[in-house]
Design a protein around this ligand. Structure first.
Ligand SMILES: [Zn+2]
Length: 369
């Protein structure tokens, strides 16, 4: 299998590293845009490259329901299907089964659920989740895990850890040799339970380790504390992936704690809702104060959108419901996220991650125009 990870520089707990996959290298810390249904909404693969994306995430749950993993396999695999020749990471489908579908049965064998699209009945087991990801042909696959919402009773988290470890073992055994496989640490906000889960996963042995079950109801402070405690305990020679997180502040805090890999819908979803991230804080582009503002969205940004269009035009597109609003807003937000990651990689290599983080967190959160 053509997969490796090496740490190139360290600064405190933070690392700058390099993942090598059969479809290219990934510099870390890295943010993966979310392409749930085989498409990062509003962006072509060429545009994703332009904003600096190195790897995209696709959702097994969405693709198994529509158009079906077997169909995608027949058409040459997901890379060919979506026209992206870089690395792809697929999740196992577990998270959406708990969050989006109607869960019918949860037992040792696997889960049974009804589709959020048409109510049809489906099953997912550790073996089936790996089979689906094998058919999609992703470069990195995630194990099926048991992911309870927060808050849940302590006994539920204990059960989830026991089941997730057993499923991780079965997933590992069912994985295709050409795919890298990541184990997922569960355990809610209980650090000792999380550490126990991590240790059991390390005994099985994975190509990377993920913190799952976050962004499901906890506060940012709780998330930061857990990440800061757990990330340094994860194997130093494997990529560490914080799933489904988060805001720019989350990324900076977690990368400082030693996380290498992130994914989140925030930059793309917020873009479609007119919420833009800039060096001067967040901008709600619909605001009337931008109606006659001829300046760029972010004077410090060198993306195509900021070089070409005014705030007034972006506001107009958004308020007029133009499709181009989603495209341009997504373009800028993803460029911003990729720029932030690049900034952190440089800061770690230069040994100034602490000051990078301090300056970043002291910046205004909302722009006043
Ligand atoms: Zn921009």
């Amino acid at each position: 299998m053509a997969f490796s990870f090496s740490v190139l520089a360290e600064d405190g707990a933070a690392r700058a590293g390099k993942m090598v996959t059969a479809r290219g290298e990934i510099e870390t810390p890295c943010f993966m845009p979310v392409g749930s249904a085989g498409s990062v909404k509003a962006m072509t693969p060429e545009e994703l490259r332009t904003v600096g994306a190195q790897v995209v995430l696709a959702n097994t749950y969405h693709l198994m329901l529509r158009p079906g993993a077997e169909t995608i396999e027949k058409l040459g695999g997901l890379h060919r299907f979506m026209g992206w020749n870089g690395p792809i990471l697929t999740d196992s489908g577990g998270f959406q089964v708990y969050s989006l579908a109607r869960l019918c049965r949860l037992e040792e064998e696997g889960v049974e659920f009804r589709s959020h699209l048409d109510g049809s009945l489906h099953r997912l087991s550790p073996e089936r989740a790996m089979e689906l990801q094998g058919r999609l042909g992703s470069d990195m696959a995630m194990v099926l895990d048991d992911c309870p919402p927060l808050p849940s009773p302590p006994s539920r988290f204990l059960e989830a850890v026991t089941r997730s470890v057993a499923w991780a073992r079965r997933s590992r055994a069912a994985a295709r040799p050409e795919q890298a496989v990541f184990g997922i640490v569960q355990g809610g906000l209980d650090r000792s339970l999380r550490k126990r889960c991590l240790e059991e996963l390390m005994q099985i042995g994975f190509d990377g380790y993920a913190l799952g079950g976050l962004s499901v109801g906890e506060s940012p402070g709780e998330r930061d504390e857990l990440t800061a405690a757990l990330a340094p305990a994860m194997p130093a020679d494997r990529p560490r992936y914080l799933m489904g997180v988060g805001t720019p502040e989350d990324l900076v805090n977690s990368a400082a704690a030693g996380v290498d890999l992130f994914d989140c819908v925030i930059p793309t979803r917020n873009a479609r809702n007119g919420q833009l991230f800039t060096s001067r804080g967040k901008v709600a582009i619909k605001h009337a104060r931008y109606a006659e503002d001829g300046g760029p969205l972010d004077p410090a940004c060198d993306c195509y959108v900021c070089r070409t269009y005014s705030r007034a035009y972006l506001r107009h597109l958004y308020t007029a419901g133009e499709i181009l609003a989603s495209r341009l807003n997504t373009w800028h937000n993803l460029h911003y996220y990729q720029g932030l990651m690049r900034g952190m990689r440089e800061a770690v290599r230069a040994g100034r991650m602490q000051s990078f983080r301090r300056e970043f967190l002291s910046r205004p959160k909302e722009t006043d125009g």
